[in-house]
Design a protein around this ligand. Sequence first.
Ligand code: GRF
Length: 187
Amino acid sequence: MKNITVLVSGGGTNLQRIIDCIDSKEISDAKINLIVADRECFGLERAKNHQISHQLIKRGKDFSENLENAIPENTDLIILAGFLSILNKEFCEKFEGKIINIHPALLPKFGGKGMWGNHVHQAVIEAKEQESGATVHFVTSGIDEGEIILQGKVKVDVDENIETLAKKIHQIEYEIFPKAIEKVLRY
Ligand code: GRF
C-alpha cells in the first residue's frame, strides 16, 4: 500500500479526482495519509467530507520546516494539487523524486514565477498559442523545471477566453493526473 500526502490551496477538484480514483482503483493500492492546506480552502472541506487526516499550515516564517515536520514518515509520494506556496530548496531536496505537481500549461512553456492559475491562461491566449494543456512533473527547487511525467493537450480556439480555456484544461487534468500518479507509484 502506497501512502500519498496531498497539498492544496484551493477548490481541490483535482484532489477530489485523486480521492475518487483511489476508491475506484484507477489509482491502485494507495491511500491518502494526510491532506495539508496552506490556507482555509474548499480542499480542506473535501478532506473532512472523506474523513481523511488533514492539517492547516499557514504560510509565513518556517513554513517549509513546519510542512516538512508534518509529512508522515511512511509517505511514498507528495502531490501538489493546486498548491500555491513555493517549497524551499531543503524541502525539495529532501523529497527529491517523491514530489509531483500539476501545471495548467504545456511546460516548459508558460511556467516559472508568477505563472499560476489564470495568469497562465491569459499568457497563452495573448501569445495566440494554438494549443495548451496540462503537465504533471516532478518538483525540484527550480519552479516548474522538474522532469515531465505526462502531458495532455487541448486546442485553443480563436474565440477562447480565460474561463473556457481553464475549463478545458481542468478536464484534461482529470484525465492525466491519475494516470501520472499511477505511473509514478508503480515505477
Ligand atoms: C489546476 O489547474 C492545476 O493545474 C493548478 O491549480 C489548479 C488547481 O485546481 N496547479 P483545483 O483546485 O484542483 O480545482
